[in-house]
Every structure is written in structure tokens, then in C-alpha cells.
Design a protein around this ligand. Structure first.
Ligand SMILES: Cc1cc2nc3c(=O)[nH]c(=O)nc-3n(C[C@H](O)[C@H](O)[C@H](O)COP(=O)(O)OP(=O)(O)OC[C@H]3O[C@@H](n4cnc5c(N)ncnc54)[C@H](O)[C@@H]3O)c2cc1C
Length: 400
């Protein structure tokens, strides 16, 4: 039974209250728009562990006035260190503290739930209308905007943003593409730092990545070093064989057999009651239908090897709000921005950029997971680079 009420019309309805949805809501509210977020879950929140925030995202967080808090609640790592997962040797390191000087913004690691809460608090303070327990079923184009249908309510807005993640319902209104399984699965564990005291090779000031055949392990501290975050990722033989029940803990242990002692000593600290199968999608061209447009993982889900999914969602939000308050703003009493032009420019700017990040993330994963002679060749390449060599990162981190 439907009992549609009519909530006040707003300028923008954001469907999905993840980091991407809240980022867009905050940015557009700061750009003068009335914004409502509709979130399916009963509470706003994030599941998971750490997030790396690169300068292309922290620059925007600073524009939104939340970077100081993100730094205060996170960690500013000194280096990104890559090691070989089989012999444990150091392959290369990148000076992360010089990103401030080179890119004008820091590299921060933060617990996802902390970043999410900081954005949620900023949305509340900015006056975003935040609605939970509201699973959107449909967005329909109407004269001058959209109707957003959920059980028991219909929201009217000039624009709807689909920020509903990898399994996006709103993307399925624009494209019939499917999620692509990488056959890789992630195990996470974020534990009080005392629990890793006995673990080998812990670095409390760096992001460390052990890369190896069909596997890798990422480690970094969170919450001023109170928590230690680890993510182990591996290719599942069961997934490759097409079995339903893939990524189970027995596969985790088998996949990491033969790794160096520092990697093996991490495995008991991972959560074993849940795991994350890794999917992305092919880049698509149709992000938009009239006043409905996609953002974040709904638009460009990517594998996590460049640590850019949330960073790109934040870039989306920064770009759209910039267009609405800048190039496509209109002056005069009662006149909102030229939404049609703003959404067109947003898609034109963001589509090629995010497609490149999606494609490069896949390549980077295959580079990390090389075996045999290819692994040796990869190690040679990595060992030859200097700690302050940023040439392969400029395209990603520099201001655009
Ligand atoms: C192992 C791993 C490590 C990662 N590490 C990093 C990293 O270091 N740095 C980085 O930048 N990125 C990283 N990412 C990627 C990052 O987590 C995602 O890209 C980011 O969280 C996407 O945010 P989003 O808001 O677009 O989507 P989501 O976080 O998926 O949010 C979607 C929201 O929409 C809601 N929703 C869904 N359907 C509906 C509906 N019909 N109606 C209403 N609400 C709905 C959901 O409940 C959810 O709250 C990593 C990912 C993984 C898996």
C-alpha cells in the first residue's frame, strides 16, 4: 500500500548517503542549493576499515572546511613503501610528506567511519535534509525536474543524483551493463594497536604494501596510531572455477602460503567472519538522463588498487558544485543555476577522467600480482625509481 506524502520540493535529491552522496550534498549546499539525501539504511554509516585520501581529494576536503578535522582524526603517513610479499625486501618508497609541497595538499589515512561522520556532521551543520530508511525505487523525469519514488513518499526536485554505489539501481535505469568480477577478494582487520605488538615488521608511520603473486597486503595506522589497519587481497581459485562459495577463509590461508614472515604474521589479525569480493564495471558513456545523473561508485566503480574510489567520488562532488556556483550559475532574483548546462559539463569533464582511473586501477592490480619472470621484471622497475619521483602520479594528484 502506498501512502504518498509530499515532502517539500528541493533543488537536489541525492540518492545514497555514502561518502560520495554526503560529499555531493555538502558541496551543493555550500553552493547555495537546497539538498536532501535519501539513504536506504536505517542509519547513516560506513562498514569497513581505513581509507587513503590522496591530495586530489584532500584539496577538496579543505575547500569544504573539513580537512583540519580529517587530519586531526587520521594519520599523515611519511612514506608509501612497497615490499615484495615473497621475500619481504623493500622495492620502492614514495615520500608522502612532500605531496603538500608538490600538489598543495596532504596525503591522509583515516578510518572510513570517521570520514563519513565528519561529512555527516558538516552536512547537518550546513542544513542538508538527511532522510534514512528510504530505499529509492525509481526516478522519473517530469516537467522541470524529477520525481523520486520510494515506498510511502515521493520527492520532487530539479535534479537527482544517483550516489547509490556499485550495485546502483539508478545506473540500471541508464545502462544494462553488469558488475565485473575480478575474482579477487579482500579481508580487512582494523584492531587496537596493542593487538599487533607481536606482529613482525609493523611500520607505524608509513603505508606499507606487500605485493606478490595473485596476492597483496596493505597496512597502515589509523586514529593517531591507536588502530592498525590491514587489508589482505587475493585471487580466489573457486571464483575462477565459477563456484558460488568463493573467497572463504581457507582460500585466504592457501593464497598467502609461501609469503614472507611479516605477511604471514598479519593473517591472524584479519576479520574472518566477513570478506569483500572485488568488482568493478566497464566505463560507460551514459551517466545522465535528463535531470538524473550518476556520481561516485554508481558512475565509475573501480578496483581499489589506486586507492581512488572515494577520492574520485569527492572529485565528482567538487566539480559539480564548482560548475553550479561558477560557470553555470545565473544571477538575478530566484534564478537557480543552469542545471542542464551544469550536468552536461559535469559528465563531459568527469567521464574521461574517471574512465582513465578505472582502467589504470585494473592495470596496477595486474602489475602488483605478477609472478615468475614478470615479478622479477616488475621488481627491477620499482627498485630503479627514486623516493621523490612523482612523474607517474602527477596526472592523478595534481590540481586540474
Ligand atoms: C577494500 C577496499 C579498499 C578501498 N580503499 C580505498 C581507499 O583507500 N581510498 C579511496 O578513495 N577509495 C577506496 N575504496 C573505494 C571506496 O570505498 C568507494 O569508492 C566509495 O566508498 C564509494 O562511495 P559511494 O558513496 O559512491 O558508494 P557507497 O559507499 O557504496 O554508498 C552508496 C550508498 O547508497 C545507499 N543506497 C544504495 N541503494 C540505495 C537506494 N536504492 N536508495 C537509497 N540509498 C541507497 C547505500 O546504502 C550506501 O549508503 C576502497 C574499496 C574497497 C572495497
Amino acid at each position: 500500500m502506498t501512502n504518498d506524502t509530499a515532502p517539500t520540493a528541493v533543488d537536489v535529491v541525492v540518492v545514497g548517503g555514502g561518502i560520495g552522496g554526503l560529499g555531493n550534498a555538502l558541496a551543493l549546499t555550500r553552493a547555495g542549493q537546497r539538498v536532501r539525501v535519501l539513504e536506504r539504511a536505517d542509519e547513516f554509516g560506513e562498514v569497513g576499515a581505513g581509507l587513503q585520501m590522496a591530495p586530489n581529494a584532500t584539496r577538496i576536503l579543505r575547500d569544504w572546511g573539513v580537512l583540519d578535522q580529517v587530519i586531526a582524526e587520521g594519520v599523515l603517513p611519511k612514506h608509501l613503501v612497497m615490499r615484495d610479499a615473497l621475500d619481504g625486501s623493500e622495492l620502492t618508497r614514495l615520500d608522502l610528506q612532500r605531496t603538500q609541497e608538490r600538489y598543495g595538499a596532504p596525503y591522509v589515512v583515516i578510518h572510513r567511519s570517521d570520514l563519513h561522520r565528519i561529512l555527516l556532521d558538516a552536512c547537518r551543520a550546513a542544513g542538508v535534509d538527511l532522510v534514512t530508511s528510504c530505499g529509492v525505487k525509481d526516478v522519473v523525469d517530469v516537467d522541470g525536474g524529477v520525481e523520486v519514488h520510494s515506498p510511502g513518499r515521493t520527492d520532487h526536485a530539479r535534479v537527482a543524483l544517483g550516489a547509490d554505489g556499485l550495485g546502483s539501481l539508478l545506473r540500471s535505469q541508464l545502462s544494462n551493463d553488469e558488475q565485473v568480477s575480478s575474482a579477487y577478494v579482500a579481508y580487512r582487520g582494523a584492531v587496537p594497536v596493542e593487538e599487533v605488538a607481536e606482529q613482525q615488521g609493523i611500520a607505524m608511520t608509513d603505508v606499507v604494501v606487500y605485493i606478490g603473486p595473485r596476492r597483496h597486503l596493505v597496512q597502515y595506522p589509523l586514529r593517531h596510531g591507536e588502530i592498525f589497519n590491514q587489508v589482505a587481497v587475493f585471487e580466489s581459485p573457486k571464483a575462477l572455477r565459477g563456484e558460488e562459495d568463493w573467497g572463504t577463509p581457507d582460500e585466504l590461508d592457501a593464497a598467502f602460503a609461501g609469503s614472507c614472515p611479516a605477511v604471514l604474521s598479519a593473517l591472524p589479525r584479519l576479520w574472518r567472519d566477513r570478506w569483500w569480493r572485488m568488482y568493478d564495471r566497464e566505463p560507460i558513456t551514459n551517466w545522465r538522463r535528463g535531470s538524473l545523473v550518476l556520481t561516485g561508485d554508481a558512475a565509475h566503480p573501480m578496483l581499489q588498487y589506486l586507492a581512488q574510489g572515494a577520492c574520485q567520488a569527492i572529485e565528482d562532488a567538487g566539480v559539480l558544485a564548482g560548475l553550479v556556483s561558477g560557470e553555470h550559475a545565473r544571477s538575478g532574483p530566484g534564478s537557480g543555476p543552469d542545471w542542464d548546462a551544469a550536468l552536461g559539463s559535469y559528465v563531459e569533464l568527469r567521464r574521461p577522467r574517471t574512465a582513465e582511473v578505472q582502467t589504470t586501477a585494473r592495470w596496477w592490480g595486474s602489475f602488483w600480482h605478477r609472478d615468475g619472470a614478470e615479478r622479477e621484471a616488475r621488481n627491477e622497475v620499482l627498485r630503479s625509481r627514486e623516493v621523490d619521483d612523482y612523474q607517474h602520479l602527477d596526472w592523478l594528484y595534481a590540481a586540474r
